[in-house]
Design a protein around this ligand. Sequence first.
Ligand SMILES: *Cc1c(COP(=O)(O)O)cnc(C)c1O
Length: 349
Amino acid sequence: MAIDLRSDTVTKPSAAMRAAMAAAEVGDDVYGDDPTVNSLEERVAAMFGHEAALFSPTGSLANQLAIRTLVKPGEEIIVETRSHIVRAELGAAAAFSGITTRTWPSTDGLLKAEDPLAIAHENAGPYLVSTKAIAVENTHNFGGGTVQPINEIAKLSSAAHARGIAMHLDGARIWNAHVASGVSCAEYGKHFDTISVCLSKGLGAPIGSLMLSTKDRVAEARIWRKRYGAGMRQVGIIAAAAHFALDNNIARLAEDHARAQQIAVALASVDSTLVDPTKVETNIVGLDLSHIGISAADLTSQCKEAGLWISALGPHYARIVTHLDFDDVQCAEAIEILKKILQRALVAK
Ligand SMILES: *Cc1c(COP(=O)(O)O)cnc(C)c1O
């Protein structure tokens, strides 16, 4: 069996999760009749201190439903350059909602409140695009699983709100941020007008995300969800997996973080330019191959031959993501495979 570290989306529902799904009470959720969905929406909204939530098949849709309640056609949202919203949702904000996007660059995806505030342009008048929202990704995926500092979030949120600009949290991996930082979900929640969270990443559910906000925005998003064709029927069968994930799989994310740290330390000992272990805060290890004699594509294909799947996300950038279905034995094996290939590349250089 190959070891699959391409993403934390590759996890498969456990027998216990499947049992919970099989036992779920269900109803037609388009009629609001699915008790398992309703309780999930109430539960997650309460965790983040928001009024309401909406179950969504994907995090991308949860992001897009949130954004469209904050920003009108012809207005803009600003996001970090490598954020999922601008890089990995196929232009959805423009294609679905007529929303334009501007970006600010950062190091490792790390938020500094002054960066978005410097480019934000509220009430820009009749000639320029007005900024209506700022999105923050926490943890930052392409930044290497970076946890955003709560003081920068708080600073940005109060300055943005004072200028009439709304805040959106792309919290696909907010659970990892919560476990790594000790900051509660409610503390994160209070700084944002809308939030998306995923159950299908580190928490191990097969499908499922939620969009959180006020009752009014969630009601509006519910209409758009149906319009986009994602009104679902007896979807409590999926929501039950989400409940199971929340019950069982949050605290254990610390194990994924510890294994990512082990990998980072081992690879930094091969060459210190590959990764700085002090920057690996959660379950993502980004490898900078620009000083090593191997491309990300070659590393990925040599790893695959050796039984280890990782991702090439740029010509010289590879990503390793630890998760629920990856244990200590596999971790030792993955480290051996990576060390051998990287050492060989260094010698050949
Ligand atoms: C995975 C992810 C999403 C949502 O992805 P879907 O595949 O649409 O569920 C959103 N934001 C970030 C940062 C992600 O990593």
